[in-house]
Design a protein around this ligand. Structure first.
Ligand code: ADP
Ligand code: MG
Length: 399
């Protein structure tokens, strides 16, 4: 008998018929004799009645941060109550539990709060009474009982926090694809299914834009050494297993140098004329204070170049103007990244990537590399073309 945390994303709980598939997955684990704790996201995507984005469209941007988080937390509450109702109607005792009731205590950083600790007292009590807790993902409360939300992909994080607090045997993240693939299956039809992946590599994939799981969730799973699976709500595929140990490979094997290609959208490049270290240092500190994360930073004798999420343009421009710096913006960019824990030390990978992109008419604006990834900043309109080109070059080739 195991304790399993099962997390269902927005695409899994969106309609009556998809919720039937969710119910079947839960019942199947219970019938195997397992204890389960369910974590749910809000139902569906923008435009659908109870999705988080739809709730947000009910108020204007002047809403204060505290009230905004309270509103944002409602989508998951609706979804948890509906699923609990379904389970009870099917003869399984269940009860909807908010993030706060589940004991997730966060800081007060509304909109992207971090969990400080989790006290699973109430969840354990429900489990002892053989009641299935259906926990709202994406939310917690601060120490003054104010409701907070955990930011994009926050339900993945909730599932891992709860799994770690309960010392669960397994965390299953259910979504609408069979598991981790070599690229977004919506872009690459024949993307390769990855049955086993190491947490470091998955973190890279998540951080570089594959939205199938949130990078923060992967990081916490790694810290707590929890076994995790990513599975499909709508198929019987065993899914991708995520483990902490490094996977063995043959260092002489030139195939399989890359395992996946990710695309990070919504990027803007900023080029600032240099004015002296003191002022530049101040600028970087001000940007950090506003939680603007900088990527692909390059410092040249006459300019500093970096990229940011395009949603941060206004905040960023305000600071640069206030510091009276000269700058230019290049909008509508994306970052394509090739990932593979085996690429380290293998010569010529960067050259091969650059060649593949240039041959497919993708202009490269900036590059960066680490021991297991190589990224190129390109135009938004070249995004899918670049993913296809790199997939063809490195991954299809090996099938
Ligand atoms: P959920 O509603 O379950 O949280 P998301 O939309 O957040 O689902 O994440 C699942 C989606 O992630 C898939 O439908 C797929 O299009 C996308 N995705 C992007 N990159 C990958 C990848 N490498 N492997 C699997 N899915 C990916
Ligand atoms: Mg998701």
């Amino acid at each position: 008998m195991s304790l399993i945390v099962m997390k269902f994303g927005g695409t899994s709980v969106r309609t009556k018929s998809t919720r039937k598939s969710v119910l079947d997955k839960i019942i199947s684990q219970v019938k195997k004799g397992n204890h389960v704790v369910i974590v749910v996201s809000a139902m569906g995507r923008k435009g659908e009645p109870y999705s988080t984005d739809t709730l947000l469209s009910l108020v204007d941007k002047n809403i204060n941060k505290r009230d905004k988080d309270l509103l944002l937390s409602c989508g998951e509450i609706i979804s948890a109550v509906i699923l609990s109702n379904l389970l009870n109607n099917s003869g399984y005792k269940a009860c909807a539990v908010t993030g706060f009731q589940a004991g997730i205590i966060t800081d007060t950083n509304y909109g992207s709060a971090k969990c400080m600790y989790a006290n699973p007292y109430y969840l354990n009590e429900l489990l002892d009474q053989k009641i299935i807790p259906v926990v709202t993902g994406f939310q917690g409360a601060d120490e003054n009982f104010e409701i907070t939300t955990l930011g994009r992909g926050g339900s993945d994080t909730s599932a891992i926090i709860i799994g770690a607090a309960l010392k669960a045997d397994l965390i299953e993240i259910y979504t609408d694809v069979d598991g981790i693939m070599s690229a977004d299956p919506k872009v690459i039809e024949n993307a390769r299914f990855i049955d086993l992946i190491n947490t470091d590599e998955l973190f890279q994939l998540a951080q570089k834009g594959a939205k199938v799981i949130h990078p923060r969730a992967v990081k916490i799973a790694k810290e707590h050494n929890i076994t995790m699976k990513i599975r499909n709500t709508f198929s019987n595929n065993p899914g991708t297993t995520i483990i902490n140990e490094k996977l063995k490979h043959n260092p002489n094997d030139m195939n399989d140098v890359l395992s996946s290609i990710a695309l990070l959208k919504n990027r803007t490049q900023i080029n600032i004329s240099r004015v002296g270290e003191k002022q530049e240092h101040k600028l970087l500190k001000l940007l950090a204070k506003k939680n603007i994360s900088l990527d692909l930073i390059n410092i040249f004798p006459h300019s500093i170049i970096f990229t940011i999420d395009s949603d941060d343009i206004m905040k960023c421009e305000k600071i640069i103007k206030q510091e009276k710096l000269k700058y230019t913006l290049r909008k509508k960019l994306v970052k394509v990244t090739a990932i593979g824990s085996r690429m380290h030390g293998i010569p010529g990978v960067m050259a091969k990537i650059v060649t593949a992109l240039i041959e497919n008419d993708c202009e490269i604006l900036q590059t960066a590399d680490s021991h297991m990834s190589i990224s190129c900043l390109i135009k938004e309109t070249d995004g899918d073309k670049a993913v296809k080109a790199l997939h063809r070059e490195f991954i299809d080739f090996n099938i």
